[in-house]
Write a protein that binds this ligand. Structure first.
Ligand code: MG
Length: 393
């Protein structure tokens, strides 16, 4: 089982929006940005302008020297933001797992959808072309690194004056082969300095880098070297991080009376971990970071968090982590509130096993326990499993 990741980037976005307003700009060399006499900079430039050496972030005066007759349109950021919102809404209609990188760029994790990544990419592109009249390019791969590189490759391969509107697929299982012929600086994190140091070693392509001993790269470049070795082999585990990461899924309980009994605190933590895990499973998400919140009798509130080695949607690791965090801060003082949360939400962050299947019975049980506790207090009911798990305190 592998992930399906799409990278989407609008083609010369600001220019495309300006050409919608004024279709006579189509096919012409023009740029969006500030005026040269005001030391303006190119924010976006049309493909005919790019063919003549103009690129974004270039001073407009230089762009005009390279491309005499270059037309200049002032930027209308409010309009671009509104168009961007409409594009992102179409991505969110496909999956909630959207990581927006900038105004015109995003990753999507479509692993949970049945159709092939390429089909979904075609559908998205068609919708954005047809409904918003904007060209866009997409890269499809099994991870973020390769999806983005694939998209860059597809866009760079386009010739002529039309926007690329490309879809480029790096097939599953062929990640390393796809990367091998590309220059080393096509990898994220390889800037001119690193590229120069690699070139001194005779490393020109990503394939050269993949063949170089990993230990030697780690020795020369530290942690960055180890990452380079992994990335050059097409390995990238980074999850698509949604806006929801900022929020977390959590459960907290304010006690009617301050609690000083460790066993009771741990029982509550375990019920909370079960509830949070249930929400994760229902949403088909995994959480990477576990957060414990504790409020003391004097209303001071502390939070402690830990990132798990493996993202999870299972009560066990959530409870174990929360319990450890509690052990670090609790010395028998009265507790007014306790809560467990997870963040760093992602989908398909690990292989699914039978154990990870949502279990409706467990859901209903957790819900029933919660209801009973709300009505009769935390001691009203305990699951056998909770009692067993408390043995390791
Ligand atoms: Mg773009």
């Amino acid at each position: 089982m592998h992930r399906k990741i799409i990278h989407l980037d609008l083609d010369a976005f600001f220019c495309a929006v300006e050409a919608l307003r004024d279709p006579s700009l189509n096919g012409k060399a023009f740029a969006v940005g500030g005026r040269p006499e005001e030391r303006g900079v190119v924010a976006s430039c049309s493909y005919p302008a790019r063919r003549r050496g103009v690129h974004s972030a270039m001073p407009m005066s230089q762009a005009l020297r390279l491309c005499p007759g270059l037309l200049i349109a002032p930027a209308r950021h409010t309009v671009y933001r509104e168009m961007s919102r409409q594009v992102m809404a179409r991505l969110h209609a496909l999956t909630p797992l959207v990581e927006q990188l900038s105004i015109d760029e995003a990753f999507l994790d479509v692993t949970a959808l049945a159709e092939p990544g390429e089909t979904l990419a075609q559908r998205l592109q068609a919708a954005i072309n047809r409904e918003l009249k904007l060209p866009c390019s997409l890269g499809v791969a099994t991870n973020k690194l390769i999806a983005k590189i694939a998209n860059n490759v597809g866009k760079a391969a386009a010739t002529g004056d039309a926007p690329p509107n490309a879809i480029t697929v790096a097939p599953a299982g062929q990640e390393a082969a796809f990367l091998a012929p590309l220059p080393a600086d096509a990898l994220w994190g390889v800037g001119p300095k690193t590229a120069a140091r690699l070139a001194e070693l005779g490393i020109q392509t990503i394939g050269d880098l993949a063949r170089w001993p990993e230990a030697d790269l780690a020795r020369r470049f530290g942690k960055h070297g180890a990452d380079l070795a992994q990335h050059a082999r097409g390995v990238d585990q980074r999850p698509v991080i949604t806006q929801r990461e900022a929020k977390s899924i959590s459960s907290e309980t304010t006690f009617a009376r301050d609690v000083v009994d460790g066993a009771e605190l741990r029982r509550v933590l375990q019920a909370q971990a079960a509830e949070v895990a249930g929400s994760l499973r229902k949403k088909q998400l995994f959480g990477a970071t576990v957060k414990l919140k504790v409020r003391w009798a004097d209303f001071t509130t502390i939070t402690r968090q830990v990132t798990l080695a493996q993202p999870t949607d299972d009560d066990g690791p959530l409870y174990a982590a929360a319990n450890r965090l509690l052990g670090n801060v609790w010395r028998g003082q009265p507790v007014r509130l306790v809560g467990v949360g997870v963040s760093g939400l992602s989908s398909g962050a690990r292989q699914l096993s039978l154990w990870d299947k949502p279990d409706e019975r467990a859901e209903r049980l957790a819900q029933a326990i919660k209801t009973l506790r709300a009505r009769f207090g935390a001691d009203a009911i305990q699951r056998a499993g909770e009692l067993t798990a408390l043995d390791d305190i």
